[in-house]
Ligand binder design. Structure first.
Ligand code: HC1
Length: 574
């Protein structure tokens, strides 16, 4: 350990720490804008400058290592003046739409201006870069006039997801973040994961918003508007309403959706159970009949697009199951529509997802089981929060309510889909019982839990060693798949989720500021909500869901039947 002085007080920190880390140990927050731990440590924004005894200039605390006897001051007039000037310069080239900007209230630039008392927003008004708004992608809007060049988006795209479709173009004052050759994002091999939006400190990156369209459909008496909510939404929506991270707001969420005016409030968890029925059946079929192995899960559309772009020779490994979002829409507009005597053309199918790639997924080919799109509008957790606020629904005062039947009934296996390893665990619960014909003494498969980027496990099932692996985040997915391709590893079954930690950390979840993200295990805290939710359920295996059994009895027959294939399965592009 090394001892230094910060603001005249002794602070001891591990050798190799930066000034920023040492200050945190002393409960001093040095402001940052560009810094993301282990992802973007570039000292570019200069918000974190501090004075160090003997140094000729101010130094950037996020990258400056401590050494024995160092003396640091974090808040001298010189430091504060420098930070204020940095903010004024950023504001001088910033489209200040602060009253209505989607990030108003949780913009990190706005917060710093307020904290540091930067009141003269117009101080350096002058030349501004031309505002270029890119709407070419299915899932998001990029507005360079609100970009502060922190490069968090660039770093997460390249280093975490291993994609790298955005970077800095031009130099000096003209620098802007964009794609190569100025292509629209929609023309690149962006996979729509939205991790760039999740880390953006300002309103430069945001999802395409369908609040107006959905409210219009709700107001139309001809339309029967049904909503489904993804497993991970309930684990994070509360953050938008002041609840501590890690609060399960499933009941209030259902109550809010009902008050928004949806005709039916259903749950993606229902179709997650359905997915397990089809996927476990497909897996056993591949194992028993010499199908392509390893089979890889197909519920994460960012991962699917990534596979099609970057590992086209592995699309046959993908399960042919539609994602739970799409299975839900397909069942809604076929089985449910028939049962209720509603014309599927009059049904508006809305999903609330922690994900931005789901906006892209709904427009994929072969996702229209009833001849109309399975899902009409995929909205993010953030859009739902905005819709609740817009309608004046006092979320925190709502009672806990349940989902509507029958497409609202689900098991513990379904709710864990939202955490990395959850789909694998859910599938194993069903596959093992199907294969052995015996009840599992304990449905927990703890080896595939946790936020590690790549996990492996092996289970002896009915005399066979079943080897499984789980990866989340596309950089990790690449690492795992390269091992599979080279023959270094062989598995029977792989789960891949596009976002690190799985859907709980999806690109459509409430944004978490850099300073929280750098110090709190966001993925782990949100995942715990789902595992607790699972543990509290009386039914924890998909094949025991009574409404799922009924759908098979009344409509599909058996998992993997001809009808199930028509409605619930899909194909991929090479
Ligand atoms: Fe997910 Fe899924 S778990 S992909 O992360 O398989 O988005 O939550 O809805 O479809 O169920 C997301 C979450 C979600 C699907 C399910």
């Amino acid at each position: 350990d090394i001892t230094i002085k910060i603001n005249g007080m002794d602070v001891t920190a591990p050798a190799g720490s930066t000034i920023l880390e040492a200050a945190r140990l002393a409960h001093i927050e040095i402001p940052t804008l560009c810094y993301l731990k282990e992802i973007n440590e570039i000292g570019a924004c200069r918000m974190c400058v501090v004075e160090v005894k003997g140094a000729r200039t101010l130094v950037t605390a996020c990258v400056y290592p401590i050494n024995e006897g160092m003396e640091v001051w974090t808040n001298t007039p010189k430091v504060v003046e420098s930070r204020k000037k940095t903010l004024q310069l950023l504001l001088s080239n910033h489209r200040k739409e602060c009253l209505s900007c989607v990030r108003s209230g949780n913009c990190e630039l706005q917060q710093l201006c307020r904290d540091l008392g930067v009141t003269d927003e117009q101080k350096y008004d002058g030349e501004m870069l031309e505002s270029v708004i890119d709407t070419s992608a299915a899932h998001m809007i990029r507005d360079n006039s609100k970009c502060i060049l922190c490069r968090r988006c660039v770093a997460v795209c390249e280093k975490v997801q291993g994609i790298g479709v955005i970077g800095a173009n031009e130099r000096g004052f003209k620098t802007y973040i964009g794609s190569a050759f100025d292509m629209g994002l929609g023309e690149t091999s962006c996979v729509s994961c939205g991790q760039c939006i999740a880390v953006c400190p300002t309103g430069a990156l945001r999802e395409k918003d369908y609040i107006d369209e959905v409210l219009e459909a709700i107001a139309d008496p001809e339309k029967y508007v049904c909503v489904q909510t993804a497993p991970a939404v309930r684990a994070a929506l509360g953050e938008e309403f002041g609840y501590p991270m890690g609060t399960d707001v499933e009941g209030k969420m259902a109550a809010a959706l009902r008050r928004i005016g949806f005709d039916k409030v259903f749950d993606t968890d229902f179709s997650a159970d359905l997915t397990i029925m089809e996927e476990a059946h497909e897996f056993l079929d591949r194992v028993q009949n010499g199908g392509v192995l390893p089979m890889i899960t197909s519920c994460s559309p960012g991962w699917i697009k990534y596979c099609e772009h970057y590992f086209p020779d592995m699309t046959e490994n993908l399960s042919s199951c539609k994602s739970p979002q799409q299975m839900f829409g397909a069942v809604l507009k076929t089985y449910y529509a028939e049962k209720m005597g509603i014309d599927p053309k009059n049904i508006v199918s809305v999903s609330i997802m922690p994900c931005t790639a789901k906006k892209f997924e709904i427009g994929r080919p072969d996702q229209s089981a009833a001849g109309v799109p399975d899902v009409d509008y995929a909205m993010t957790t953030r859009e739902l929060a905005r819709m609740i606020k817009r309608l004046g629904i006092r979320f925190n005062e709502l009672p806990d309510e349940g989902f509507d039947d029958p497409l609202g009934e689900s098991t513990g296996a379904a709710v864990i889909f939202g955490a990395t390893g959850g789909v694998m665990e859910a599938a194993l619960r069903t596959a093992v019982e199907t294969l052995t014909g015996e009840e599992l003494p304990n449905p927990d498969f703890v080896d595939v839990r946790g936020t590690k980027g790549i996990k492996e496990a092996s289970y002896n099932v009915a005399g066979m060693d079943v080897k499984v692996a789980v990866a989340s985040g596309l950089g990790n997915a690449r690492e795992l798949l390269e091992k599979v391709k080279s023959g270094e590893a062989d598995y029977h079954f792989i789960e891949i989720m596009g976002c690190p930690g799985g859907c709980v950390n999806g690109g459509g979840q409430p944004q978490v500021s850099g300073s929280v993200r750098n110090t709190v295990d966001v993925q782990g805290i949100r995942a715990k909500v789902l595992y607790d939710n699972d543990a509290a359920k009386t039914i924890r295996k998909s094949h025991e869901n009574p409404s799922i059994k009924k759908v098979y009895e009344e409509y599909f027959g058996e998992p993997g039947s001809h009808k199930a294939h028509e409605v619930l399965h899909t194909t991929y592009v090479k």
